[in-house]
Design a binder for this molecule. Structure first.
Ligand SMILES: Nc1ncnc2c1ncn2[C@@H]1O[C@H](COP(=O)(O)OP(=O)(O)OP(=O)(O)O)[C@@H](O)[C@H]1O
Ligand SMILES: [Mg+2]
Length: 249
């Protein structure tokens, strides 16, 4: 692949003696949206957590290799890896501070002190997340007062404040209504010009709408990958076919 930004080589993950992911070889293309689909418990979240190596914080053990732009992530300091690969969860995680402080928290942590620069980071990323007009007069308001959909957009905006290369999203819309989901899908389509997006979703229609590539996983393995057209219209594997049928019937 010409434009591969993230690659796994024979990636396996264990929790204790239980093997969750089995020998995953996968390349993720830069500035594309890759959707990961598959039955509950098949290891989608574990795969995302392995890709930024936070799975080790949850007690998982990684075997095999993960490369970020050809650099072995074993050799990348954790702080830099965290900055390069952001993650957004199913339930929006906002810090118990103001909207402004949520947005400046990570840049300050990484050493940004200039107030004008911080203001610029806040504004630019709130604009990217489509939240700016809704919150620009209330930046001092506790973030917890935002609606669920706004909190999720804030979580994405906050993830962008450290200029990640890759954004991992684990079912970011499953707690949201159609309108907020549409907001986030629009945002993700815009963000891919600058970032690479990997999104786990149970919503196959969503994968069809936004993904450039789809990965179907089952029992800790990648069953098949392809464009949404390939995966949804002419799946090559019976397991993919059955899953799609089950999810769309
Ligand atoms: N911290 C953990 N310790 C032990 N086992 C875990 C841990 N986290 C996940 N697992 C196990 O790993 C397997 C895969 O879980 P994972 O959360 O990756 O699945 P998933 O595909 O994201 O499922 P869902 O669609 O329900 O979110 C499951 O059997 C789960 O019980
Ligand atoms: Mg999951």
């Amino acid at each position: 692949m010409n434009n591969c930004i993230l690659k796994t080589e024979d990636l396996s993950v264990n929790y204790g003696r239980k093997q969750i992911l089995h020998h995953i070889n996968m390349e993720f293309e830069q500035n594309k949206i890759t959707a990961v689909i598959g039955p509950s418990g098949c290891g989608k979240s574990t795969l995302l957590k392995a890709l930024n190596r936070t799975v080790e914080e949850y007690g998982g053990k990684i075997n095999g290799k993960i490369f970020l732009s050809d650099e072995d992530t074993d050799d990348i300091p954790f702080n830099r890896l965290r900055k390069s690969i952001g993650m957004v969860f199913q339930t929006p995680v906002v810090f118990p501070f103001s909207i402004y402080k949520n947005m400046t928290y990570a840049p300050i942590y990484y050493g940004e002190k200039n107030k004008a620069k911080l203001n610029e980071i806040v504004t630019a990323n709130l604009i990217k997340s489509g939240l700016y007009n809704e919150v620009k007069d209330d930046l001092k308001m506790p973030a917890s007062r935002l609606s669920g959909g706004q909190q999720q957009r804030l979580a994405i905006a906050r993830c962008l404040t450290v200029n990640p290369k890759i954004i991992l999203l684990d079912e970011p819309c499953s707690a949201l209504d159609i309108r907020n989901t549409a907001h986030i899908e629009k945002m993700l389509r815009e963000l891919k010009d600058e970032y690479t997006v990997i999104i786990v979703t149970h919503n196959l229609a969503q994968a069809k709408r936004i993904a450039d590539f789809v990965i179907f996983m089952d029992e800790g393995k990648i069953v098949e990958t392809g464009t949404p057209g390939d995966i949804f219209n002419k799946p090559g594997d019976l397991r993919t076919k059955e899953y799609i049928k089950y999810m769309t019937d």
